[in-house]
Design a protein around this ligand. Structure first.
Ligand code: 5AD
Ligand code: SF4
Length: 451
């Protein structure tokens, strides 16, 4: 028996990037309109959504093993007379489509990232037991059809919020599935982004992170139909009273125009942190990756950014063991990391993604070599992060407080450089920015004192 609509519960289990975190929220918003509340735990959900990521290693296998467990859960609930629907969303859904229904009988719905606004319709179509796949790239813009979150939902998600402003990618780096799973690059119109931001700020949000696979290539239409870049969007957002901080990710090295670089010097609300993946320090490998820039150009972009904002914190993504990567290529990557000095970095072993150009290359690097290189790179990354954090000790920084800490009397937030900071302080500072003197360093955070 299906529960009455008002008692239905959904549990969204998300993997992968920040855009998936954001998408999970939008799915909950659209399902709230169908009477679905949020389940506190997966065992009590009438609808389970697996929001999947396809970017790296064994993504599909992980999803199928996860689905095996959900099948047991579904069977267990059925024995108690409760029905459960299982939906697979995200990039694995997009990439695998109907294959998921064929391989796992417990799945009811497969829904690609561009179809989330159609969730209610798909649920209704599956009411009679039909199994459904929707991985179209619809002509309509999903954002025009996704409902706005309620004030209550926004508050429950905290003072720092995500807004997708750009989705998809036309760059076709040879290792990457994103152009296939998220489709062509599109930018949302400026007015819609501002509207979303206002709603969030009115409900108490103080920091917005603008999301896109190539966020600095943003080119949304303004109210007159003219195309505007990210710099203009920053200015419009900065004019919203109550919005304290603007962040953005992920950027591509080829899309930093002078206006955008200057924003880091000219707009106080734009935080001094840029996530700028370079992937490799070798020009030869960059070429094979189809990155369309050389190391010198990457370094020049960093020089321009640092000239605009000397205290800028930089982070990057690296892939080790791309096909054909030699010891010398890898040493170039290590050299680049030494030269730039990153505040943080994410690094991954190359994993062939079905359908991408690089997956067809025959000169794959042995797993043992990948493991070794990754360990060396990560050791250096940890050392640089520590050094960067160490350098903030004794300094006064603005902290946006996000939540109460683990210990009573403690509150936690983020520095402008995205470092986690804990202090002893009053709960009413949550949602506000206050000056903090950094006094100590813990493995994953800084400790400080309110000034
Ligand atoms: N193998 C390993 N890492 C990858 N990434 C993207 N595709 C792959 C792949 N096939 C990494 C890149 C990218 C980040 C989001 O994931 O570093 O910037
Ligand atoms: Fe993938 Fe390259 Fe596009 Fe980034 S720029 S999403 S790595 S194809």
């Amino acid at each position: 028996m299906s529960p009455p609509p008002q008692a239905r519960k959904v549990f969204v289990k998300s993997f992968g990037c920040q855009m998936n975190v954001y998408d999970a929220e939008r799915m909950k918003d659209v399902l709230a309109g169908e009477g679905y509340g949020e389940a506190a735990d997966i065992e009590n959900a009438d609808l389970i959504v697996l929001n999947t990521c396809h970017i790296r290693e064994r993504a599909s296998e992980k999803v199928f093993s996860e689905l095996g467990k959900l099948r047991e859960l579904k069977d267990g609930r059925r024995a108690l007379g409760k029905s459960t629907r299982i939906a697979v969303a995200g990039c694995v859904a997009q990439a695998e489509g109907g294959e998921i229904l064929r391989r796992q009988a417990a799945v009811d719905i497969v829904i690609g990232p561009q179809s989330y606004h159609r969730f209610p319709e798909l649920l209704r179509r599956s009411d009679n037991g039909s199994r459904i796949v929707d991985t179209e790239f619809p002509v309509e813009d999903k954002f025009d059809h996704l409902p706005a979150p309620t004030t209550e939902a926004i508050r429950s998600r905290g003072v720092s919020a995500f807004v997708t402003i750009q989705e998809g990618c036309d760059k076709f780096c040879s290792f990457c599935v994103v152009p296939f799973t998220r489709g062509a690059e599109i930018s949302r119109p400026l007015a819609r982004v501002i509207e979303d931001a206002r709603l969030l700020v009115d409900a108490g949000v103080a920091e917005i992170t603008l999301l896109g696979q190539n966020v600095n290539a943003y080119h949304g239409a303004d109210e007159t139909g003219a195309t505007r870049g990210l710099r203009h969007l920053f200015e419009r957002l900065a004019a919203i009273p109550g919005l304290e901080r603007i962040r953005y990710m992920t950027s591509h090295p080829n899309d930093f125009d002078d206006e955008l670089v200057a924003a880091h010097a000219e707009i106080d609300k734009v935080m001094p942190f840029v996530h700028l993946p370079v992937q490799s320090g070798s020009d030869r490998i960059l070429k094979a990756m189809n990155r369309k820039h050389r190391i010198e150009e990457y370094l020049e972009t960093i020089r321009r950014l640092r000239a605009a904002r000397p205290d800028l914190a930089l982070s990057s993504d690296f892939i080790v063991g791309f096909p054909g990567e030699s010891d010398a290529d890898f040493e170039d990557t290590i050299g680049l990391i030494h030269e730039v000095n990153f505040a943080s970095a994410f690094s991954f072993k190359y994993s062939p993604r079905p359908g991408t150009k690089a997956a067809e290359l025959t000169n794959q690097v042995p797993e043992t070599v990948k493991i070794e290189r990754l360990a060396r790179l990560q050791e250096l990354e940890v050392a640089q992060r520590r050094e960067f954090n160490q350098a903030t000790i004794g300094r006064e920084v603005d902290v946006l407080f996000e939540k109460t800490g683990r210990h009573p009397g403690q509150i936690g937030g983020k520095s402008p450089y995205l470092q986690a900071v804990h202090v002893e302080g009053p709960v009413n500072l949550v949602g506000r920015v206050a000056k903090v003197r950094i006094v100590g360093l813990k493995p994953n955070s800084l400790t400080g004192e309110l000034v």
